[in-house]
Design a protein around this ligand. Sequence first.
Ligand code: GSH
Length: 221
Amino acid sequence: MGKLVLYGVEASPPVRACKLTLDALGLQYEYRLVNLLAGEHKTKEFSLKNPQHTVPVLEDDGKFIWESHAICAYLVRRYAKSDDLYPKDYFKRALVDQRLHFESGVLFQGCIRNIAIPLFYKNITEVPRSQIDAIYEAYDFLEAFIGNQAYLCGTGITIADHSVVSSVSSLVGLAAIDAKRYPKLNGWLDRMAAQPNYQSLNGNGAQMLIDMFSSKITKIV
Ligand SMILES: N[C@@H](CCC(=O)N[C@@H](CS)C(=O)NCC(=O)O)C(=O)O
């Protein structure tokens, strides 16, 4: 096995998703901090690793992969002893892929990033209510996806749970989850938070992002 290095920053949801998968697989890795606010991801050195200059980036034996969903899938295919986290069965895998794409397009891009970019990079401190409504719409979908299952794709945790919990655990700071309106989502979040090492791998970083949002937002308009 080659040397694994994860480049990232704690507050980043997709970085935390990769940490959850690395831990679930029992993989040793070096973690290298990339200070986004200081522009370390825009350096020539980092662009050679990832020309899209996003974190996370995974380095495996001198090769680089970015995009958390690709990283988590790669880690399972390459290193897992079982396919539980990312099933080989065509239909089961399609279900995991659907949730991963949902995280990428709806939760991360549609909810978190749309709110974060104006706050952190454009000095805008008011958040349109429509963006908070979009979070609740996403919760409605997740409530339906979970249904009577313990996890997003059935009875066991998959990389879809790692990915989605990384976003939802920060979104709760912008749109609280009412257990009466979202009993399935609330129960799932509790089950994820009860996983070993959850707090250090995801909980603390999720709170950091919530605090960053709170320090910028003056008003929902
Ligand atoms: N869909 C990507 C999102 C990656 C992403 O946008 N990461 C943010 C941090 S949370 C970033 O690196 N932003 C810096 C930039 O876009 O220049 C993934 O899952 O890896």
